[in-house]
Design a protein around this ligand. Structure first.
Ligand code: ZN
Length: 246
């Protein structure tokens, strides 16, 4: 592991167009549960399975049940960026990293200071009125009744991509552009089995593909470097020598 970390650090220092592609593992280090891990949300008890509750048809039919789950499990308060979030923001400020592409919806990359973030599955920080398209923050939602409504009377929906919904074209296109022009792609904290992760990393044409995950992924073998461990520890070490631009 030590040799691998040194290699990662050296590559980060040599690169100038790094893209980070991240999944739940980046935020579990902030204490946010991973939907798909053994002790994650999927194994908790609800009247319906979480993947049913977080679907568009369920939201339309049972907004109360949806919002009960959403407020309880997804609209988290007081969560702080992890070492991974902080290291990535530092890489961006140092002129090394051009974009973060994330499957997470918690807004923690922006909290850490990252500017160019592509949120494939949307964000709990944004919510919009389905009637007049007015936007509301997560704090606005916290201050509203269980099922939040806009002053215009419209139902408010989190700007999160639910099951049965398609991803935003602009977010996908931006992610592809960033990955295609990257000289190094670091994939961290994702098992790479969730759509569209696997498809997106196929656009990478750069020098170094690095995968950091606790367990093996379908791409670990074709990676130039596969690190098995904490994504926060690896990124913190990799960014430790960087000087930030004024
Ligand atoms: Zn409205």
């Amino acid at each position: 592991m030590d040799e691998d970390l040194k290699t990662l650090k050296q590559w980060v220092e040599e690169s100038s167009r790094i893209v980070f592609f991240g999944g739940a593992g980046v935020s579990t280090e902030s204490g946010i549960p991973d939907f798909r891990s053994v002790d994650g949300l999927y194994n908790q008890q609800y009247d319906y399975p979480p993947e049913t509750i977080i679907s568009r048809s369920f939201f339309n039919r049972y907004p109360e049940e949806f919002y009960r789950f959403y407020r309880d499990k997804l609209l988290l308060s007081g969560v702080k960026p992890s070492r991974a979030h902080i290291a990535l923001a530092k890489m961006e400020r140092a002129g090394k990293l051009t974009a973060v592409v994330t499957q997470n919806i918690d807004g923690l990359h922006q909290d850490a200071g990252s500017k160019n973030v592509f949120e494939l599955h949307g964000s709990t920080r944004r919510n919009y009125c389905m009637k007049c398209r007015r936007f509301f923050t997560d704090d606005d939602i916290r201050g509203m009744p269980l099922v939040p409504h806009c002053p215009c009377g419209g139902l408010i929906k989190p700007d999160v991509v639910l099951y049965e919904e398609s991803l935003d074209d602009e977010v996908i296109e931006g992610s592809i552009r960033a990955i295609r022009s990257a000289d190094m792609l670091i994939v961290g904290g994702t098992s790479l089995v969730v759509y569209p992760a696997a498809g997106l990393i196929r656009y990478f044409r750069g020098k170094h593909l690095v995968i950091i995950n606790k367990t093996e992924t379908p791409y670990s073998e074709e990676a130039d470097l596969a690190i098995y461990g904490s994504v926060g520890e690896a990124l913190e070490y990799a960014a430790s020598g960087l000087t930030e631009e004024a």
